[in-house]
Design a protein around this ligand. Structure first.
Ligand SMILES: CC(C)(COP(=O)(O)OP(=O)(O)OC[C@H]1O[C@@H](n2cnc3c(N)ncnc32)[C@H](O)[C@@H]1OP(=O)(O)O)[C@@H](O)C(=O)NCCC(=O)NCCS
Length: 236
């Protein structure tokens, strides 16, 4: 595995080409704005990672050498959500989930109170909002945590790492804010690599039916798993 450290001056996106043991490959991945420099781990020449800045200073280790850095068409920026994003987020969620989205058990929790804007994020491309993740404060058993979702990326921008990046940002922001856990109902194959673990089968009681095998958590408090027992509900 090669290890590339980038020092960034702004958050524009670019595709960066590296030469690794004689073969070229590109890194292409969005990063954002939580105030730390990203460490990028490229595991194989085919790895595609998005890097935010063509004007970065590249420090490399081992046999990796940046050979060129070109601006990419996308100009992805991750921002904290505010009220001006409401209409675009509504459109993204309607497109992703359709009218049935309001009947889901997680949606019933979200109806109980507002989401936390400070932990909810959007991604824009050239100023257009193209993805969103929201976080809602909940009490789950005795755990004061956050319910992640909806998470949605516009079809035009899928499979570029944007969904994963929004989840990473939201979980990190929750951790920094002192949340005890990030909980969601979702697909384990997608969320498992992002640090989510299964909650004990049927341990949490939702205001509607859920598949217990899809109730997942990033336990931030050490004893979160033990205390995730009982009702999950909005908690101001
Ligand atoms: C699910 C979603 C948010 C993923 O966003 P994205 O930006 O396209 O995803 P990423 O680029 O971060 O990740 C893409 C990878 O995840 C995989 N993936 C996407 N959805 C998946 C799912 N439901 N289960 C397992 N893997 C999934 C893709 O196949 C791809 O795999 P690869 O990297 O091996 O090619 C997006 O597809 C979406 O908006 N879907 C509709 C709404 C939805 O289902 N939201 C999640 C509710 S739990």
């Amino acid at each position: 595995m090669c290890h590339v450290v980038l020092a960034l001056h702004n958050f524009q996106c670019c595709r960066v080409h590296f030469a690794l043991d004689g073969g070229n490959f590109s890194c292409y991945r969005p990063f954002t704005v939580l105030g730390f420099l990203p460490d990028v781990h490229c595991q194989k020449p085919a790895t595609t990672l998005m890097l935010p800045n063509a004007q970065g200073v590249f420090e490399t280790h081992q046999s990796v050498h940046p050979v060129s850095a070109i601006m990419y068409k996308h100009d992805l920026v991750y921002l904290t959500e505010d009220a001006s994003h409401d209409a675009a987020i509504e459109h993204i969620n309607e497109e992703a989930f359709g009218p049935g989205r309001f009947t889901r058990a997680a949606a019933r929790i979200r109806e109980q109170g507002p989401h936390d804007l400070s932990l909810s994020f959007i991604c824009t491309d050239n100023g257009e909002t193209i993805a969103s993740v929201r976080m809602t404060p909940v009490l789950a058993g005795t755990v004061k945590g956050h319910l992640l979702g909806p998470l949605a990326v516009r079809p035009s921008h899928k499979n570029q790492g944007i969904g994963r990046e929004l989840v990473r940002i939201a979980v990190e922001a929750a951790r920094r804010k002192g949340s005890e856990a990030v909980i969601l109902v979702g697909d384990p194959p997608y969320y498992g690599p992002l640090g989510f673990q299964k909650v004990a089968y049927n341990a949490l009681s939702f205001p509607g039916p859920v598949d217990p095998g899809r109730v997942l958590v990033v336990p931030i408090a050490e004893d979160a798993h033990e205390r995730l027992k009982g009702i999950i509900a909005w908690h101001g």
